[in-house]
Design a protein around this ligand. Structure first.
Ligand code: GRF
Length: 202
């Protein structure tokens, strides 16, 4: 399967995918990253892509007259790489209608909380502030809501008394990276069907 990965920051989830594919080989793993897209420049995620010799593209919202034009540009730039699956790994923009129309049902997102708890851009901070005893990460398909699509897999992480947001997020990311690598490989190798809120991996 051809993967396009969308990033906005450090790109450690992207790196986990690249490392797994390099280790197992694209055929055994079932997928290869063909391009990396971002909503901003000068981020480690793009450096990781460039180090791996991958094509990259940047679509900044502020470079376009409207959100719709940004949505169209991101859609075209992504479609140019003919992805089978789009993986949003720490991509911090809400994908637009055109993007969802083009790639809907083939877009994965990873979120650092146990959805439906703590959706949105501050899932780690919100779980900590709420006093949750366990939190974790969720890999799900993207639908037209925010962090509301069908859940594929989740991993649980305990919250420790001494945790601050970054310590907890780092511990979540350890689980998240292996969960994402496992899910992407399984979907790529076995195929899947989305039935309402259920995901059947054949
Ligand atoms: C991940 O925890 C992702 O769930 C969240 O931001 C983090 C991105 O990490 N949205 P990285 O850029 O993959 O290192």
């Amino acid at each position: 399967a051809r993967l396009v990965v969308l990033v906005s920051g450090s790109g450690t989830n992207l790196q986990a995918l690249l490392d797994a594919i390099a280790e197992q080989g694209p055929d055994a793993y079932g997928a290869e990253v063909v391009a990396v897209g971002a909503d901003r420049g000068a981020i480690a995620g793009l450096e990781r892509a460039e180090r791996a010799g991958l094509p990259t593209y940047v679509c900044r919202v502020k470079d376009y007259g409207s959100r719709e034009e940004w949505d169209a540009a991101l859609t075209e730039a992504t479609a140019a790489h003919e992805p089978d699956l789009v993986v949003s790994a720490g991509f911090m923009k809400i994908l637009g209608k055109e993007f969802l129309a083009r790639f809907g049902g083939r877009i994965l997102n990873t979120h650092p909380a146990l959805l439906p708890s703590f959706p949105g851009a501050h899932g780690v901070r919100d779980a900590l502030a709420y006093g949750a005893k366990v939190t974790g990460c969720t890999v799900h398909f993207v639908d037209d809501g925010v962090d509301t699509g069908p859940i594929i897999a989740q991993g649980v992480v305990e919250v420790r008394d001494e945790d601050d947001e970054s310590a907890l997020h780092e511990r979540i990311k350890e689980v998240e990276r292996s969960l994402l690598v496992e899910v992407v490989g399984r979907l790529a190798r076995h195929g899947y069907r989305i039935e309402g809120r259920k995901v059947r991996i054949s």
